[in-house]
Design a protein around this ligand. Structure first.
Ligand code: PGA
Length: 279
């Protein structure tokens, strides 16, 4: 794909990426922290810091095992923070002989509202676009809102990474109805920018914006005008220093935060930045 085409889509589809949707900040805790007590402390630490978050949706995605106790905390309404919980994976099955797996329906039943699906750390373990597609379908049936992660491991000079992202989006969303598209969040996470990637480098809001516009084009080709209802967010070493720039200039509807979501101060700061920008 040549630069000319990229410039073409930038100019022709730039308008649709600014449709107003509620901004969302999602914390992907990955396999952290190491105990339930610490999980509650982390959650409470963030929750305590807020009274008036209105414009920003906040989601915590802890390991499965902490979900129930955090849901209890959330429901106890000890805090004024309105937040939701999400998970980082769901099973490829519903109920049945899937040893070691947990289904979307079970997770919905213990308080999850969102499911991160197709994260690069899971794709690295062999998860295919076809698997992710099935997981998205199970999630939607169960009532979970999928957060589909897409992202390239390298940016080649021939711009082949655009085709890779297109394939990820198209195959993962194959057979999804237009009417469900508003429930889907796409998280663009270039693997080369994720904090745990060896020799990582920073992505810029321009890198992000260009890809978001491209993803919007892929979505609108597939789903028509309903596509504009999907939220597209960015993830990859987001912190309290770069969050503002990404939110202002990345063409996004929110952020998927890994490492910095494990730090009460940093995650709180990111939420505050988002809330302030929305005012
Ligand atoms: P990071 O992780 O913010 O630590 O780079 C993001 C992610 O992998 O979801």
């Amino acid at each position: 794909m040549g630069n000319k085409f990229i410039i073409y889509i930038l100019t022709h589809y730039g308008i649709i990426c600014h449709m107003e949707k509620k901004k969302i900040i999602i914390g992907n805790w990955k396999m952290n922290p190491s105990s339930s007590k610490e999980a509650e402390k982390l959650f409470s630490g963030v929750a305590k810091g807020f009274s008036g978050v209105k414009k920003t949706e906040i989601v915590f995605c802890p390991p499965f095992i902490y979900l129930e106790s955090l849901y209890r905390l959330l429901k106890a309404k000890r805090y004024t923070l309105k937040a939701s919980l999400g998970v980082q994976n769901v099973s490829l099955g519903d109920v049945g002989p899937y040893t070691g797996e947990v289904s979307a329906g079970m997770l919905y039943g213990v308080g999850a509202k969102y499911a991160i699906l197709g994260h690069s750390e899971r794709r690295a373990q062999g998860e295919s676009n076809g698997d992710i597609n099935k997981k998205i379908k199970f999630s939607l049936v169960a009532g979970l809102r999928p957060i589909l992660c897409v992202g390239e491991s390298v940016r080649d000079e021939q711009h082949g990474y655009f085709n890779l992202i297109k394939k990820q989006v198209e195959e993962c969303l194959s057979g999804i109805s237009k009417n469900s598209i508003y429930k889907i969040i796409i998280a663009y996470e270039p693997i080369w920018a994720i904090s745990s990637t060896p020799d990582r480098r920073d992505a810029t809001p321009d890198d992000c914006r260009e890809m978001v516009i491209f993803i919007r084009k892929v979505l609108s080709d597939k789903f028509g005008k309903e596509a504009s209802r999907a939220r597209i967010i960015y993830g990859g070493s987001v912190n309290s220093k770069n969050a503002k720039d990404f939110l202002q200039n990345g063409g996004i509807d929110g952020l998927l935060v890994g490492n910095a979501s494990l730090d009460v101060k940093k995650f709180t700061e990111i939420i505050k930045i988002c809330e302030t920008l929305n005012k």
